[in-house]
Design a protein around this ligand. Structure first.
Ligand code: G6Q
Length: 545
């Protein structure tokens, strides 16, 4: 196999670098001034999602060059390899097939000689049957009462997706049921989650791909102890109140959950790509199987768009390329994701994991240290709240922060003038960031000379505006898949493995060595650096006092 040419020595990259030297400083005022049709032209639309990318610091030439780079880096070839079930996660020798989780019944995706789609649908059917029984009250707790509370215990990919989806689809959720999510090893998380719950009406879903994660297993054991204490120590009752979502049947059995109550998935589903697998059981319990399937259909539509649309009209490809443009040619370190939709309040947190765990890598697929930045830092808060805090830095600070504004035409809860005011804010922010306010304009408002510099907005701060009709389960699926494939596009350009997470694995191992040093009765022999040794001794001394 021929060695992959280094990214920066590719002609397409060099062309972008000299193009950046030419147009990098051009102001959006000028770009819009020179081309009155820019706003109506520079957009792409698919599946009810309208992407206005005209307020980016690009020209038609930039886009052409970015597409050239995508082609040169094999984005299409790599994408096809993923959809075909090739083992593109080379460090773990795994296929990457979250797209199979939402493939329609009857589709064929083969891994190791086996079509995985029938098993996906068998699990979905099992989840649907279970969800219907719990939601209808047919599934009863050990005292014969129906389940009213669902507590998902999981962390990382086994938590962030379920929490985000529950919040995002709350409008569609069963209001007679309560949903809680426990992730942190900090006992406060568990204590507060169950404080006001009646154990006889509570179902715990222990969600863990490996079923060995310290936080999740510790919380699951505490949940079991809490439940047994509240229900008079009846071990037989546990079966009615604990189910598992995992790939590890042996550990599930060891914990004491009947594998009949286990919902499986597969090693080709990465944690951060698993919200549409059985890890989404809490989401299905909240919104029902039909809404869950509608969400999967939205995911699948975006998969098909990513797989088949020409690159220049391909929403995730365009968004991925634009972020590479800012990250690698302007030195932008972050991307702000700003949903003007309260139900998407956990979407930025979800994206933090999706983007940064996937693309926070410092070596290429062939193990060479990169000489360019990878993995933009994604962050954000729902609008308009962010406007009253960190937007200041985006408007007038010294750093370039490209923004993704996400907005919906229709409000789920139309109340008076709220929605028009909300939309006015999102459009106004994108406009102000792009065009700013010049010293002349500030002066013309009658501002005193000394105050003028403080009130000038340079503008030229880029943004995408994503406008969709309304937040349905299907639209949530499309949005998540949009970012999943945007991350894929970035990773393909950077030639990194977006699907492993050795840094996270490290975290899982590190604490294990220190736990016995904190718990042991006798003073342990400490072999850390002097700072770690000192703080461990201090902790031991204070906790004993
Ligand atoms: C996701 C990560 C990580 C993982 C958690 C939980 O891509 O690998 O966030 O999801 O560490 O792992 P388990 O599901 O195995 O408990």
């Amino acid at each position: 196999m021929a060695a992959t040419p280094a990214l920066k020595s590719r002609p397409a990259w060099k062309a972008l670098a000299s193009h950046h030297a030419k147009i990098g400083k051009t102001h959006l005022r000028e770009l819009f001034g020179d081309d009155p049709k820019r706003g109506a032209r520079m957009n792409a639309e698919a599946l009810g999602i309208f992407l206005d990318y005209s307020k980016n610091r690009i020209t038609d030439e930039t886009l052409k060059l970015l597409i050239r780079l995508a082609k040169a880096c094999g984005v299409e070839r790599k994408r096809d390899a993923m959809f075909e079930g090739k083992k593109i996660n080379i460090t773990e020798n795994r296929a990457v097939l979250h797209v199979a989780l939402r493939a329609p019944r009857g589709a064929k995706i083969v891994v190791d000689g086996k079509n995985v789609v029938p098993a996906v649908h068998a699990t979905l059917d099992k989840m649907a049957k279970f969800s219907d029984r719990v939601r209808s009250g047919q599934w009863k707790g050990h005292t014969g009462r129906r389940i009213k509370n669902v507590v998902n215990i999981g962390i990382g990919g086994s938590d962030l997706g379920p929490v985000m989806a529950y919040e995002a689809l709350r409008y569609y959720s069963k209001r007679s049921m309560t949903f809680r999510f426990v992730s942190n090893i900090d006992g406060n998380d568990f204590a507060e989650a169950v404080k006001d719950l009646d154990a006889a009406e509570t179902l715990f879903i222990v969600s863990s791909k490996t079923f060995t994660t310290l936080e999740t297993m510790t919380n699951a054991h505490s949940a079991r102890a809490w439940f047994l204490k509240a229900s008079g120590g009846k071990t037989a009752a546990v079966a009615k109140h604990f189910v598992a979502v995992s790939t590890n049947a042996a550990e599930v059995t060891k914990f004491g959950i009947d594998t009949a109550n286990m919902f499986g998935f597969w090693d080709w589903v990465g944690g951060r790509y698993s919200m549409d697998s059985a890890i989404g059981l809490s989401s299905m319990l909240a919104v029902g199987p039909d809404n869950f399937r509608a969400m999967l259909d939205g995911f699948h539509q975006m998969d098909e768009h990513f797989r088949t649309a020409p690159l220049e009209k391909n929403l995730p490809v365009l968004m991925g390329l634009l972020s590479v443009w800012y990250s690698n040619f302007f030195g932008a370190q972050t991307v702000a994701v700003l949903p003007y939709e309260q139900y998407l309040k956990r979407f930025p947190a979800y994206l933090q994991q999706l983007t940064m765990e996937s693309n926070g890598k410092h070596v290429t697929l062939d193990g060479k240290t990169v000489n360019y930045d990878t993995g933009s830092i994604y962050w954000g808060e729902p609008g308009t709240n962010g406007q009253h805090s960190f937007y200041q830095l985006i408007h007038q600070g010294t750093r370039l922060i490209p923004c993704d504004f996400i907005a919906f035409v229709k409000a789920l809860n139309p109340i008076g003038r709220h929605h028009d005011i909300l939309m006015a804010n999102v459009f106004a922010q994108a406009e102000a960031l792009a065009f700013g306010k010049t010293a002349e304009q500030v002066r013309a408002e009658g501002t005193a000379d000394w105050l003028v510099p403080h009130r000038v907005f340079e503008g030229n701060r880029p943004s995408n505006t994503i406008l969709a009709d309304n937040l349905t389960p299907g639209m949530l699926g499309k949005l998540v898949a949009l970012y999943e494939h945007c991350v894929f596009t970035q990773g393909a350009i950077w030639n990194i493995n977006s699907f492993d997470q050795w840094g996270v694995e490290l975290g899982k191992a590190l604490a294990q060595a220190i736990i016995p040093e904190l718990e042991s009765k006798d003073s342990p022999k400490l072999r850390h650096d002097s700072s770690t040794n000192h703080i461990i001794r201090r902790y031991r001394k204070l906790k004993a006092s």
